[in-house]
Design a protein around this ligand. Structure first.
Ligand SMILES: Nc1ncnc2c1ncn2[C@@H]1O[C@H](COP(=O)(O)OP(=O)(O)OP(=O)(O)O)[C@@H](O)[C@H]1O
Length: 124
């Protein structure tokens, strides 16, 4: 591969990061739930420090935080796309939005369960 081609690929790669960062910023601006996820993430990090959780527990909680953020960003993207298709009442659009919300709910419930499993033993 030519040096110019490599540079071009690298440049496009870096530009795609820029779009990704803009996507994360948009999610925080337009989706109130993202701010809730941010507050929850900060609370988890503080709790991890206070309780001095072990390495594995740190990893599990950080992975769950990232999964919840990912689910919320996908949910926001799907909602925006659905609204672009139609803002009129439509049964299928309703189902699409419910499915996207379901994905967020699953990771939130699973995170709450994992938080109970990790933190409760530290309280005794
Ligand atoms: N065009 C539509 N046709 C039918 N039902 C809809 C439509 N738009 C929204 N709904 C229903 O209303 C619910 C909430 O949709 P809305 O677009 O207001 O999301 P939201 O309240 O911003 O959700 P979230 O809290 O996940 O961001 C959907 O899950 C769906 O059941």
């Amino acid at each position: 591969m030519m040096k110019e081609e490599k540079n071009m690929i690298m440049k496009q790669h870096l530009i795609s990061y820029k779009y990704g960062i803009r996507g994360i910023w948009l999610a925080f601006c337009y989706e109130h739930s993202m701010r809730f996820h941010l507050v929850a993430a900060i609370a988890v990090i503080i709790l991890n420090y206070v309780l001095k959780v072990n390495h594995t527990e740190w990893l599990i909680t950080l992975i769950l935080i990232v999964l919840a953020w990912m689910a919320e960003i996908f949910n926001t993207a799907i909602e925006k796309l659905a609204d672009k298709v139609t803002t009129n009442h439509d049964a299928l659009i309703g189902q699409v939005k419910d499915l996207a919300s379901g994905a967020v709910l699953i990771i939130c419930l699973f995170s709450a369960l994992c938080a109970a499993i990790i933190y409760v033993p530290y309280l005794y």
